[in-house]
Write a protein that binds this ligand. Structure first.
Ligand code: SF4
Ligand code: SF4
Length: 207
């Protein structure tokens, strides 16, 4: 097995994607006069699964920057998170458990947080390769703002399609164009922590 490691160039691409999404997020948030300030909720307890080795590897770059004892305590928290999620899922409920990387409201890997963490709040659209289009309404607070506005006052939602296509290309390159041969990623952040950094079977023994 070998660890999946982003090259500097790949890291630059991923950070570019994050940056562009951030700009799009800010455009829509500003137009809606929407911020997270004063929010009674914290969407870090939303149950999300993530789908790329690239983001998983990037998350671990952030984890490794933390002191070893902090890393261990986060992994312990992640195990407890998974137990709580299992109980909720077994009861037929969608889990709502605080992300193990949220420390008293602060993300301990802010620069390495995942794409969903960066885009959840505001309305967005995504068109899949099969042509199906998805509309994301944003968080509950943002939806309240949108409901009180006239349709023609609404900004164009964040368009995720091109940036996610770029992420898919990056993922393929990171996996030596063998993405289709590898296990699909469908993991919570806690699973990424407990599992450790991403590893894949070594297909070329010389590498
Ligand atoms: S995105 Fe929405 S729900 Fe999440 S913290 Fe911001 S305002 Fe609150
Ligand atoms: S990674 Fe950070 S921003 Fe994302 S859910 Fe966890 S604590 Fe929140």
């Amino acid at each position: 097995m070998k660890e999946v490691i982003l090259t500097d160039a790949q890291l630059e691409v991923l950070e570019y994607i994050y940056h562009k999404l951030q700009l799009e997020y800010e455009r829509v948030a500003e137009a809606l006069d929407f911020t997270c300030t004063g929010c009674p909720d914290n969407c870090c307890d939303s149950y999300f699964q993530h789908h790329t080795y690239a983001e998983w590897a990037h998350l671990w770059l952030g984890i490794r920057r933390l002191e070893p004892e902090v890393q261990l305590s986060l992994i312990a928290r992640a195990k407890s998170y998974l137990e709580q999620c299992e109980q909720a899922l077994a009861a037929g409920q969608r889990p709502q458990v605080m992300c193990p990387l949220n420390d008293e409201g602060r993300c301990v890997v802010y620069q390495h947080r995942l794409l969903v963490c960066r885009t959840h709040g505001v309305p967005a659209t995504l068109t899949r390769p099969d042509g199906r289009t998805f509309q994301f309404p944003g968080c509950f607070r943002c939806q309240e703002i949108v409901e009180n506005l006239d349709k023609n006052e609404l900004p164009v939602p964040v368009e995720r399609t091109l940036l996610l296509q770029r992420l898919a290309l990056l993922e393929n390159e990171l996996l030596d164009n063998k993405r289709h041969l590898l296990p699909k990623v469908k993991m919570t952040i806690a699973e990424m922590l407990v599992h450790g950094p991403p590893v894949i079977p070594r297909t070329d023994p010389s590498k």
